[in-house]
Write a protein that binds this ligand. Structure first.
Ligand code: X2X
Length: 337
């Protein structure tokens, strides 16, 4: 017996109407279709949780807001994607505050070397006054930042040539850093030779040995397969880095209040889940990366911190951000430098 389901019947009917020009739009066409771009592999918790969030947003908005995800630098490197966000070619983008600092200088403040002892300090600061301070500056620059920062993590140094056991091992070290004045300044203070390269080019820069090393949290070293082109991983925890979930201001303003509420609530909730995922991964990945051929060491932090202080790193950045911003950082991180 032939059974025609309701869906098949509807599809057939709509095709019939379409062919005579009665159906002008598909019943499932969204009112708003926005693009969300990022620089991380699909398997990173940021993309996994963002996927869940956009599914919920579609469902809760009854299909009115559809967010398409473009992971893994599909739309270009961070520098490109930031331009696309500003021009409105993309509507959402997650970006490290340290790179956002090329547009909003104070956004790199959470990356000051060895500022936060632990995640407790990090989230108090970023969900508290420090995050609010940065978001206000981001908004002045014409972008909208959601309340909850996504975790990138504590960053560790990797190398194809030698482990980093003390600041002396960084002298002349050819290291890739993200495109950001704070990163360049910090590795120059260590006497290294940093090159600013977008993440989209990192694997090949390491593979072709344009640079010897790089630094990133374990979750990225694993999901971007950097263990294939790096041998040593030194657990330096030299800074904490997070991603602001950003929206183009005009695109954001165009959304009716109810859609803004649905988007913000789901992206913020996803960020909180992603933080737990990254922390769990960072706690467990060392064994996996060892199995993939990396060797680990954990240098003492104090000599690195002292080297930065001696080079004038802390006083220079305090002057650059201003005493007010610095006081907000120290409220959470304690006295620095
Ligand atoms: O570029 C990097 O190293 C990365 C992926 O960690 C950032 O987005 C800052």
């Amino acid at each position: 017996m032939e059974r025609i389901t309701r869906k098949q019947f509807a599809a057939g009917a709509s095709a019939a109407f379409a062919s005579i020009g009665i159906v002008r739009f598909r019943a499932d066409a969204a009112e708003f279709t926005y693009k969300y771009a990022n620089n991380l592999p699909l398997s990173h918790p940021m993309n996994l949780r963002a996927r869940e969030a956009v599914d919920k947003i579609k469902q809760e908005s009854n299909g009115r807001l559809e967010v398409q995800i473009f992971p893994n630098n599909q739309l270009g490197g961070d520098t490109d994607m930031l331009s696309q966000l500003r021009s409105g070619a993309i509507q959402f983008f997650t970006l490290s505050g340290l790179i956002l600092a090329t547009l909003v200088p104070v956004a790199s403040i959470n990356g000051i070397g060895f500022a936060f002892d632990d995640y407790k300090q990090v989230w108090s600061a970023m969900d508290g006054d420090l995050g609010a301070y940065v978001r206000a500056a981001v908004s002045k620059a014409g972008l909208h930042a959601f309340d909850k920062v996504w975790d990138n993590g504590y960053r560790e140094m990797t190398s194809s040539t030698h482990p980093i056991t003390s600041p002396a091992d960084l002298k002349g070290f050819k290291i890739r850093v993200p495109v950001s004045p704070l990163w360049t300044s910090m590795f120059k203070a260590f006497g290294a030779s940093p090159t600013g390269i977008n993440f989209s080019e990192v694997y090949s820069a390491l593979q072709t040995k344009v640079v010897e090393g790089q630094e990133n949290p374990l979750a990225i070293i694993e999901t971007a397969k950097l263990y294939e082109v790096q041998k040593y991983c030194s657990l330096t925890n030299h800074m904490w880095d997070g991603f602001w979930f950003l929206a183009n201001q005009d695109a954001w303003n165009k959304l009716p209040k109810d859609l803004q509420e649905i988007a913000a609530r789901n992206f913020n909730a996803a960020a909180v889940k992603e933080r737990a995922d990254v922390k769990a991964l960072n706690d467990s990945l060392q064994a996996k990366l060892k199995g993939q051929g990396m060797s680990f060491n954990k240098p003492a932090a104090a000599p690195f911190r002292e080297e930065l202080a001696r080079a004038g790193f802390y006083s220079q950045w305090k002057a650059s951000y201003g005493a007010d911003a610095w006081a907000v950082l120290e409220k959470y991180a304690g006295k620095l430098g």
